[in-house]
Write a protein that binds this ligand. Structure first.
Ligand code: RP5
Length: 173
């Protein structure tokens, strides 16, 4: 994505973690990973399940801040407890991406499981599927941009490019 400028990993390496419940989530979450990279953020990517590897999920969340992670993006389908389970064990911001799993009733299961957190343990829940995957990356950048002027500038460029594309589509009709 040219509009966000030169990709420069470095101190922005691994400040964002992208965690997903299964490798079957990767086709959707690749859009999230790619978008982060376009902003110069090389994420830590893990497959961790709230149900299949609950001990690893707990350890990951408890150690994340110590490892320099600032934002965790958690994606899962079906009874998607990953984002909430991580949120329960860290005060880092958790961005939840509900996914439409192959055996899912249109992702409603994951959407409600991710969004309906009890008061006191929030998960910033994105849209279902690809839109949510992309928006999770952008939302993570927005959080980091509060204390990073270069990311803030890249966000402005991104919005300008997005605006231009939409105007071009309007003109082409
Ligand atoms: C969830 O169950 C995963 O996040 C995935 O979306 C869904 C199905 O997992 P697999 O059976 O494909 O591994 O935990």
């Amino acid at each position: 994505m040219a509009q966000t400028g030169k990709v420069d990993f470095g101190e922005l390496s691994r400040v964002v973690a992208v965690v997903m419940g299964s490798d079957s989530d990767m086709p959707t979450m690749k859009a999230c990973i790619d978008r982060l990279k376009e902003f110069g953020i090389e994420p830590l990517v893990r497959i961790i399940s709230a149900h299949r590897t609950p001990d690893i999920a707990a350890d990951f969340a408890e150690d994340a801040a110590k490892k320099g992670i600032k934002v965790i993006i958690a994606a899962a389908g079906m009874a998607a407890h990953l984002a909430g389970a991580l949120a329960a064990r860290t005060t880092l911001p958790i961005i939840g991406v509900p996914l439409v799993a192959s055996q899912s009733p249109a992702g409603v299961d994951a959407l409600l499981s991710t969004a309906q957190m009890p008061p006191g343990v929030p998960v910033a829940t994105m849209a279902l599927g690809n839109a949510g995957a992309v928006n999770a990356a952008i939302f993570a950048v927005q959080i980091l941009a509060l204390s990073d002027e270069r990311l803030a500038a890249k966000l402005v460029d991104f919005r300008k490019a997005q605006r231009k594309k939409t105007i071009e589509k309007d003109s082409a009709i």
